[in-house]
Each structure stands twice: as structure tokens, then as C-alpha cells.
Design a protein. Structure first.
Lengths: 205, 258
């Protein structure tokens, strides 16, 4: 069973439906024991880094997610959920993340150059770093296929863990991963067939 | 780089798509759910569902259809029609909509834009505008283009964006249904006035109209149309291929059953 962490942020309708659509049994839960029993965990999230990090800690689930990840359980963060996997975030002040991935989440506005709109919203093509083995998450995805983004902040100073990028003035971190801990800045549950292939790959890990 | 978007719009009344549909191989052509799946499989980048029902029963039916669509189609969905309050936002977002488009409701009470943007984020609020030339000026019309509000288009765009609208859909009443191309003059004026994404609507008759749109106005982010897609005058895979060949960045998909 796959558990989607419910800590009061974001609308989980599309994520639940997309998993159901590919035949993956998923439950939305805020219960620590259910997360411990699950075979894999998805950490979703929309909103601001600080608020979400605080809600996750207050709910007591932050430590459960970290423990389960450290035990080797596959963990997928999506959008803000991916950003929370990093050490810290700089959205309205500095906030600590879960520290499962090395790097920091910073605003994209200063680095993308003039003339590009913020947020980075829409379909953008994925590139995979040539120097690395492709993440198993993208086993069924080709470079150049498009996924759907909505964000104003991105993971930086994290070259060692970047598994995919998207060009938007610069190469933005589109996905990151370190062994069983993975994250996508884009929304696989809104990325059509490509997104379903990614969710399927995660569900088979 | 972010791709330009092609967006079919489905007008839904009492649970059915209203504008005529003429697809080969699609048994139930007026089923919004089936049509949405079909468009998604053809490479549509986003879908707009417009609720033109007036009755409470119709609204309930619309909500059910939206839920069913969002359970089977995994691309961004925008919902408009009858959005007059933050609770209307809540109603459609819960059913799987990603963005909500406001028009007459925001003209009646502009604070709706601000309240919704604060609650759901700017990216969720789409300001849809029907505009028309009156005495050499671009004027905003309400109630599906039937009522002249007296508001200047550019002023309304700036006000809407300042209140928190994250995207503008501009429908030119002057070119709507004429099929001679988008209203480039009106779109250009709006693009100059704002930095949020602008979606062009009204006037497309063929693929060349979309090429002209994106070539002439690189700031336009998306092209929206209804009947030319529904009638099959323009097929989305062919359109996207033509745009791609013209050097416009498009999202191309692998399997295209249409």
C-alpha cells in the first residue's frame, strides 16, 4: 500500500485519482502507524515552505517520514513536498526542511533573467544529466518529454542529487533523488501520460 | 522553455457539451467526460470547462461531470461559469479543477479576485474578459458579451492583475465566430499592459491563425478555441505539428490516437 501524507496542505484529488487510474492502491493519511506500515510514501504539498514545514512538524509526521526514509522506504516528494526534502528553504525567511537531500530552496526570479515570468507555470521539457545514471523514476520517460510545473522557488546548490532539469532561462532543478528519497518539482498527477508513467515507476520501486 | 498551450473549451449545459461536435469514431460526442479524454489523448495542453447552466440541478450535474473528468484526465483543468464567490471556487477545486476563471462575478465584485487569490494563490485565479471596440476604445462587456460595462479593457486588466489574477483570457467579441484570425490588435494592447500569462480567444479558423498569433505576439502564452476543435475543422495533433514546424515551442506527445 502507498500512503499519501495528509498534513493539511493542498488538494489531493488529482494525486489520488491518478494513482487509482493506474491501479495503485493508495490511502491519504495523517496517521503515523499507517505511514510506518506503508510500502512507499508520497509527500505532497502546495503553499509556502515555512508554513508547510511547520505543519508537518506540528503533526508529528516530519520525524516519521524521515525515519521511514532512513530505513530505506521509497519516498516521493511532489512540488513543495519535494522542496521540503532539502535542508532549508528561503521563502519568507529561512526555514529548516527535512534535510534528507543536500541543498537549499531559493526563489527563481533572481536567476532566470529578465523577461521570463514568475511563477514558472506550464509544460516544460525534461533533460537528464548526462554524467549520471538515469533515476528509476524516469525509466519510461525520454529526454524532451514535457511535464507540468507551477512554482516560484526551486532547489539549488544540489548538483549532486539533481536527476532532471528543465530549461527556463537557466537549468532549473526539475527532480532530485538520493537512493530511495526522490522528488519532482513538477506535478506528475497533472502531466498527462508522462506523469502517469512516472507514478507507475515509483509504485513499482 | 515553457511551451505555448493549445486549449479546447467545452461549454457544458445540463451535463452535455453544447456546441456541435462532429467527430468520427467518438460515439457519444456530447459527453464532456469522453470529449475531455479524447482531447487529452490528442495532446491538448489544458482544458476549459465552462458551465452555462442556470439551474441548481444543472450546477449539480456539472459538478459531477467535473469530478468524473478530473478522475480520468490528468492535465490542468480550468473551470468557469457561475463563479460568484469564494465558495464557488471551493466547490469546483474540490472536484479536481486546478484553476478557476471569473468574469461577470468579478465585474460585479472585484474583491472576489483578491479574496480567491489570497486563499488559493494567484496561479489559481484566471480573469476572463469579453471585450469589444466601442468608439475606438476597447470596452469590457459582461454577461456573455450582452452588457456594456463602460469599463476600459486595459484599466480592467491592470486592476484585475493588481488584485491577484494570475492569468488573463481575452475573448474578442469583434473576432469571435468570424474565423478570420485572433484579434491581434486587442491582444497586443493587453500583453503590453501586463506580465501575467495571456490566453487568446475568439477568431481562430485554421492552423495558420495560431501560427500568426504566436509569431506576431510572442508574449501570448496560449490559444483557446471551441467549435473549430469540436467540428474537427482543426485537429489538435496537426495543429501542434504545424506550430512546431513553424518554430513555435510545443509539447509533443508520443501516442496520438486521433
Amino acid at each position: 500500500m502507498l500512503a499519501i501524507v495528509d498534513y493539511g496542505v493542498g488538494n489531493l484529488f488529482s494525486l489520488k485519482s491518478s494513482l487509482a487510474h493506474i491501479g495503485v492502491e493508495a490511502c491519504v493519511t495523517g496517521d503515523a502507524d499507517t505511514l510506518r506500515r506503508a510500502q512507499r510514501i508520497i509527500l505532497p504539498g502546495v503553499g509556502a515552505f515555512g508554513d508547510a514545514a511547520e505543519k508537518l512538524r506540528e503533526s508529528g509526521l516530519a520525524s516519521v517520514v524521515v525515519q521511514e526514509a532512513e530505513r530505506g522506504k521509497p519516498l516521493l516528494g511532489i512540488c513543495l513536498g519535494m522542496q521540503l526534502l532539502f535542508e532549508k528553504g528561503f521563502e519568507y525567511g529561512e526555514h529548516a526542511g527535512l534535510g534528507l537531500l543536500p541543498g537549499a530552496v531559493r526563489p527563481i526570479a533572481p536567476i532566470i533573467g529578465a523577461g521570463l515570468k514568475v511563477p514558472h507555470i506550464g509544460w516544460n521539457a525534461l533533460s537528464f544529466p548526462e554524467s549520471k545514471t538515469k533515476s528509476p523514476l524516469f525509466a519510461q520517460v525520454d529526454a524532451g518529454e514535457c511535464v507540468y510545473f507551477v512554482h516560484s522557488y526551486a532547489a539549488m546548490e544540489c548538483d549532486a542529487v539533481v536527476t532532471a532539469t528543465a530549461e527556463y532561462g537557466v537549468q532549473l532543478t526539475a527532480a532530485a533523488g538520493l537512493a530511495n528519497v526522490m522528488g519532482t518539482q513538477f506535478h506528475p498527477e497533472k502531466s498527462g501520460d508522462v506523469g502517469l508513467r512516472i507514478l507507475k515507476a515509483f509504485s513499482a520501486l | 522553455m515553457i511551451t505555448k498551450r493549445i486549449i479546447p473549451c467545452l461549454d457544458v449545459k445540463d451535463g452535455r457539451v453544447v456546441k456541435g461536435v462532429n467527430f468520427l469514431g467518438l460515439a457519444d460526442v456530447s459527453s464532456p467526460v469522453k470529449l475531455a479524454s479524447y482531447y487529452s489523448a490528442c495532446g491538448a495542453d489544458e482544458l476549459v470547462f465552462y458551465d452555462i447552466t442556470a439551474s441548481a440541478e444543472g450546477r449539480q450535474l456539472f459538478t459531477e461531470i467535473l469530478t468524473e473528468t478530473a478522475s480520468t484526465v490528468f492535465i490542468p483543468l480550468t473551470v468557469g461559469g457561475g463563479i460568484n464567490s469564494v465558495s464557488d471556487f471551493d466547490r469546483v477545486l474540490k472536484c479536481g479543477a486546478d484553476k478557476v476563471s471569473v468574469n461577470s462575478g468579478a465585474l460585479r465584485d472585484p474583491s472576489l479576485i483578491r479574496d480567491a487569490a489570497r486563499k488559493y494563490g494567484d496561479q489559481c485565479v484566471v480573469l476572463s474578459i469579453d471585450a469589444k471596440r466601442v468608439d475606438g476604445r476597447f470596452r469590457v462587456f459582461a454577461k456573455g458579451g450582452r452588457e456594456d460595462t463602460g469599463l476600459d479593457l486595459i484599466e480592467w486588466v491592470k486592476r484585475g492583475v493588481a488584485l491577484g489574477a494570475g492569468e488573463i483570457v481575452l475573448n474578442s467579441i469583434d473576432t469571435d465566430g468570424v474565423k478570420q484570425g485572433f484579434d491581434l490588435e486587442m491582444l497586443s494592447a493587453v500583453c503590453e499592459a501586463t506580465s501575467v500569462p495571456v490566453i487568446a480567444s475568439g477568431g481562430a479558423g485554421c492552423a495558420a491563425d495560431f501560427i500568426e498569433l504566436f509569431k506576431t505576439l510572442p508574449k501570448v502564452d496560449a490559444g483557446l478555441a471551441a467549435s473549430i476543435f469540436h467540428f474537427g475543422d482543426v485537429k489538435i495533433p496537426d495543429l501542434k505539428r504545424a506550430l512546431c514546424e513553424a518554430g513555435i515551442t510545443m509539447r509533443m506527445i508520443k501516442e496520438q490516437p486521433c
